[in-house]
Design a protein around this ligand. Structure first.
Ligand code: GDP
Length: 472
């Protein structure tokens, strides 16, 4: 009905076109973006989509080159469980509290920043692990500039090490390897370098492109060098931001505190946030009443790459939500309320991710260029064979990318990666865990299970040729 009135044609005509396209619709049907594009095209209209996010874009003035200044890199630490992620985060945080600030009790607020020995600032996200990293990315937040992958030298490159590498690579974020626990007599860093090389991660000492540092999160050995390597990697990125504009950034975490109301840790990514600013974060807004850093120190302003805890929002936004500062409370309130409404409407229909059945339709409207696939299987041999065959299905029109492949059950982490990167998951002789299945339903991720490699390849091939019979 809405679409018909926008195009100034009768609803019946629109419904007729839908039927012609094989869509059985009612007058109040909500149509997805692709359907709208195709139908509008039938009536000779071009469609331009605006989202609730576009209200942010309006105030996204272009920065001129001379307004940009260097900003600190934002770093996430990932790696296998017990390899020392938390210890490394704790060591860096505790060793870098300068004398003047001692006494301030450091607290976990989701992120912290430190000054290195060479006087450069680095900001760390304080929730280790690739699940948090990818969950944020699934919500559209691009916060991390550099990833540190921790591997324990007394252990091996483990499944979660590989997963972490996959997740960082899928996000195109540069990686620095930290070989941890070298204080242990049983440490064997060369074995780790060798195992990394076996999965195509060749470290710099061995002629590869990955910077690597031996460290001990217990004694602190090597940590200053590790931080220098992170800085070197980030220099290549030429990270810059304009501090002289209204702040925007991302929500790291948020909660309700009994005494203080809603508390949100946010990362300022550009501009400067001031106490008293009106901010909109996701579908919540409010005037910033107070700001503190991770030592509980009060702050009046926070510039680019600075994590701060803010008080004053009227609710708890979600991790990964964007925040922006508005001139007036009225503006922010209006957008917050229209977003809440949109969220309510859309809560029934989650964002549409790619499915095999969808490929044909997306091909037809010419918007489909890449098919991202995650492959899980019961044994390494079949995972490799299947991945190789899928890669070979690439055509001039559609490139097949294997985002991640591995042996084992389909996990929540696979589903998160699929959601963040719009991928389908192919399982060979394996099944999703109960949690993965639930998450996949919620995120609408297409998981395909096969017990014959030939069938898997043929179905993907058919889908790419737009010939897959729809599953009803
Ligand atoms: P996470 O699961 O990756 O966060 O790992 P943790 O930081 O919790 O570390 C797991 C265990 O390894 C803990 O008992 C740490 O004390 C220990 N550990 C971490 N780093 C080192 C290190 O450099 N040397 C030694 N000897 N032990 C370490």
């Amino acid at each position: 009905n809405d679409l018909a009135s926008l195009m100034n044609v009768s609803v019946n005509d629109v419904i007729k076109v839908c039927l012609g396209l094989g869509m059985f619709v009612s007058i109040n049907q909500r149509l997805d973006a692709e359907a709208i594009t195709i139908i509008a095209d039938e009536f000779g209209y071009d469609v331009e989509f605006l989202s609730a996010e576009d209200e942010d874009i309006e105030i996204e003035e272009e920065d001129s080159e001379e307004d940009l200044v260097e900003r600190a890199p934002i770093v996430t630490i990932m790696g296998h469980v017990d390899h020392g992620k938390t210890s490394l985060l704790d060591f860096i945080r505790n060793s870098k509290v300068t004398a003047g600030e001692a006494g301030g009790i450091t607290q976990h607020i989701g992120a912290y920043d430190v000054l290195t020995d060479t006087g450069k600032r680095i900001t760390f996200l304080d929730t280790p692990g690739h699940e948090a990293f990818t969950a944020m990315r699934a919500r559209g937040a691009k916060i991390t500039d550099v990833v540190i992958i921790v591997v324990a030298a007394d252990d091996d490159v483990m499944p979660q090490t590989k997963e972490a590498l996959n997740h960082a690579q899928a996000a195109s974020v540069p990686i620095v390897i930290a070989i941890n626990k070298v204080d242990k007599p049983s440490a064997n860093p060369d074995r780790i370098r060798e195992q990394l090389a076996a999965i195509n991660i060749l470290v710099e000492e061995w002629g590869g492109k990955y910077q690597c540092q031996e460290i001990s999160a217990k004694t602190g050995q090597g940590i200053p060098d590790l931080l220098e390597k992170v800085l070197l990697e980030s220099e290549l990125l030429e990270l810059k931001a304009n501090p002289d504009r209204r702040a925007t950034g991302s929500v790291i975490e948020a909660s309700l505190d009994k005494g203080r109301g809603y508390v949100a840790t946010i990362m300022v990514q550009t501009g400067t946030l001031h106490v008293g600013d009106v901010m909109l974060a996701g579908s919540h807004y409010g005037r910033v009443k107070a700001m503190t850093d991770h030592r509980g120190k009060k702050m009046k302003t926070a510039g680019p790459s600075t994590p701060v805890q803010v008080l004053g929002l009227d609710g708890a936004p979600q991790a990964g939500d964007k925040f922006v500062v508005y001139e007036t409370e009225r503006e922010a309130r209006e957008i917050a309320s229209s977003r809440s409404q949109l969220q309510r409407e859309q809560s029934m229909r989650t964002k549409k991710h790619i499915t095999l059945d969808e490929i044909g339709r997306r091909l037809a409207i010419g918007s489909f260029k890449e098919l991202n696939v995650i492959v899980k299987g019961d044994v390494d041999g079949s995972v490799e064979a299947l991945s190789d065959s899928l890669l070979k299905l690439s055509t001039n029109e559609v490139q097949v990318n294997i985002l991640s492949k591995g042996v084992g059950q389909i996990s929540e982490s696979d589903v998160l990666l699929a959601s963040a990167s719009d991928a389908i998951i192919i399982g060979f002789q394996v099944r999703p865990s109960a949690n993965a299945r639930r998450l996949a339903e919620q995120e609408q991720i297409d998981i395909r299970l096969y017990s014959i490699i030939y069938n898997a390849i043929n179905e993907v091939k058919d889908a790419m040729e737009g010939m897959l019979a729809p599953t009803l």
